[in-house]
Design a protein around this ligand. Sequence first.
Ligand code: UD1
Ligand code: PEP
Length: 433
Amino acid sequence: MEKLVVQGGTRLAGDVRISGAKNAALPILLASILAKSGVLIHNVPRLQDVETSLDLLAELGIPHQREADNSYLITPPDEHGHIAPYELVKTMRASILVLGPLLAKCGKAEVSLPGGCAIGARPVNLHIEGMRQMGAEVVVENGYIKAHVPATLGGRLQGAHIIMDMVSVTGTENLMMAAALANGITVIENAAREPEIIDLANFLNALGADVRDAGSDTITIHGVESLHGGEYRVLPDRIETGTFLVAALATQGHIRCTHTNPDFLDSVLKKLTEAGAEIRKGPDWIELISHGRPRAVNVVTAPHPAFPTDMQAQFIALNSIAEGTCWVRETIFENRFMHVPELRRMGANIELEGNTAICTGVEKLTGAQVMCTDLRASASLVIAGMVAQGTTEVERVYHIDRGYEAIETKLAGLGAQIERAKMCPTRIKRTQD
Ligand SMILES: CC(=O)N[C@H]1[C@@H](OP(=O)(O)OP(=O)(O)OC[C@H]2O[C@@H](n3ccc(=O)[nH]c3=O)[C@H](O)[C@@H]2O)O[C@H](CO)[C@@H](O)[C@@H]1O
Ligand SMILES: C=C(OP(=O)(O)O)C(=O)O
């Protein structure tokens, strides 16, 4: 087990290179199942979730090769396995994204049902319902989603008009991938509009699919017979970008994120400006200049283009040391406040009322031993550690490794005092009764 050891008190300064987006790379890697020949994918971030996706492809009998630091060649054979086992799915919920590609390509799929996780129950009923509307027969048995396309449909999913009850990112992606090879036209209404949806659509289209209007709430997919191989570059990670910008403002620093895309971050940049940051933008960079202590800002999470839930924890860390009182309302996940008790251990003044956190900024946090509970909660603890007095030890760092490439190296490059260390086995001293 490893931990991050952070000494607070340094202002972040300099340039940081943003990696490819986790939430685009995962669906794109798994969508390559659909291709008939090799797919070369660039700008894939080096993350635990990427390793898990590659393991999942290998488990299905789909080989890959690392061509360069961040480039992978996936070569799907015509015939391969169709079972995504519990052992892999339990470590990465996004494994559910093989359901659509496997059903579309192999006519059958068995995917372990992902369980709930620290941030909420996260059911996948919309994925299953959409596949059923496209003609698949689906049962949930022994913890697995077991789906097949009946012989009466000639082994091919059928285009359908799907109205999603809720906006779901991976739900929209799964249905888009399934529809790419379906017979006929699929229309997905109330679709998610995240930039990663557009990236997946662009990837599928680069392989010969016909996906239209991704990025709007109604996506139309004209099914094609097959997808060929190709080459694609994953878009930059807007959440990693936002995390570094929040870290810079919290430490009253001045940084520039390079290799990013400012167009994807409107709601976050607006809140950073409201909090007192000066933001400058170029075609592929964003600069943040601090002017003193940040001001507290109210935030409500909602589907894109509104404020992303994946930035909520980082803004709570920022508000913890900002001037004033404000509230942060989480409307996407029912349990995404696990970072709050940890931040309180560092001296933050945060009250929880249902889905709202009320933060009153304190002058200083103090270093403490804290524990990561999920990916973005971990990022918020690292940010808090960088502004706290003294040493913060962030434990269970495997959560952060799921979604941030080399976070301590990048932060150290900006001047942070942070290092990864091995955890010693805990020794509990027993006293005699
Ligand atoms: C790999 C990936 O891209 N992960 C992102 C994706 O997760 P993910 O795609 O899992 O999140 P969803 O957009 O599906 O979830 C949104 C809401 O819909 C609910 N829901 C979803 C599906 C379903 O079948 N039934 C249902 O009730 C969820 O419990 C949640 O309350 O979008 C989230 C919301 O922006 C982000 O936090 C995650 O980083
Ligand atoms: C919740 C997240 O990811 P996942 O959907 O992979 O759990 C996230 O990226 O913050």
